[in-house]
Write a protein that binds this ligand. Structure first.
Ligand SMILES: Nc1ncnc2c1ncn2[C@@H]1O[C@H](COP(=O)(O)OP(=O)(O)OP(=O)(O)O)[C@@H](O)[C@H]1O
Ligand SMILES: [Mg+2]
Length: 256
């Protein structure tokens, strides 16, 4: 298990404004390979906006994003995703009319078919072969094989969350940004999601996870960031931060 890997993703002094509102106000994030950082805070704290800034789905108004030491601040989201920085969304973005396998193929083709490997006339396109292999591996890993040909519209929320994660994994990420992966899941589904995410972390992925389920956060995240009103109000080892009275007050809305 690699828990002291190289720094993979750095968000330095990230700022994002919407009109007069500073949704993210000089926030620092560092995540290393084989570790997970939890990101918690009340509704409207700026958690999803921060993930957007890291993933490139929103531009920053200040600060820098570094991936494996390279500055990707100006790189669009699809380029960051091909470099291994991949996010999932708070609201499910699974295509209901497509099957599980077709949904996964979207993630796989994004990474593998636009790769640098050129095809040879008369032989199968190596990008398509790599994409197919990625889909098969992820279906197996997430236990979705038996559901591969089911339309997403026929599946329960817990399974759709796994499909969404699967699509991200098919892009062969090194850094995963997850926005409330357990939202809408029952207890058994949350346990399954936690086990999958812990295994991915232990396999060497760097994970940033926004989540309101603090038990999941406690088990997955090595370090915890707490945001409120766009600012970082606490950071440190997860158990330590969750034991702080001021953090509990921030998370429950009670006075400190
Ligand atoms: N496109 C936008 N235009 C204007 N304001 C926005 C926009 N997106 C987000 N905001 C505001 O920015 C702040 C941070 O929102 P964000 O969605 O990042 O919070 P969050 O921590 O993810 O909240 P939640 O836990 O409810 O998902 C909120 O005040 C929100 O209303
Ligand atoms: Mg959010």
């Amino acid at each position: 298990m690699n828990r002291t890997g190289p720094v993979t993703l750095v968000g330095e002094g990230i700022v994002r404004r919407h009109g007069g509102l500073t949704a993210v106000d000089h926030v620092e994030v560092v995540v290393e390979a084989g570790t997970a950082v939890g990101l918690v805070g009340p509704n409207g704290a700026g958690k999803s906006t921060l993930l957007d800034c890291l993933a490139g789905t929103q531009p920053v108004d200040g600060g820098r994003v570094l991936l494996d030491g390279a500055d990707v601040t100006d790189a669009p989201a699809d380029r960051r995703s091909r470099l291994g920085l991949v996010r999932t969304f708070q609201r499910s973005s699974v295509f209901a009319s497509l099957t599980v396998e077709e949904n996964l193929r979207i993630g796989a083709e994004n990474r593998h078919r636009h790769g640098l490997v050129r095809g040879i006339v008369g032989l199968p396109d190596p990008g398509a072969v790599a994409a197919h292999c990625a889909v098969v591996a992820v279906l197996h890993r997430l236990g979705l094989g038996p559901l591969a040909h089911r339309p997403a519209s026929t599946l329960p929320t817990g399974t759709l969350r796994l499909v969404e994660l699967g699509r991200a994994l098919c892009s062969s990420p090194t850094v995963l940004l997850l926005d409330e992966p357990a939202s809408g899941l029952d207890e058994a589904e949350t346990d399954q999601m936690r086990d999958v995410l812990v295994a991915l972390r232990d396999d060497g992925l760097a994970i940033v996870v926004v989540e309101h389920d603090l038990e999941l956060v406690r088990e997955l995240a090595d370090r915890l960031l707490v945001m409120a009103g766009g600012r970082l109000v606490a950071a440190g080892p997860t158990a330590e931060v969750l034991n702080r009275d001021d953090v509990r007050a921030t998370l429950t809305g009670a006075p400190a």
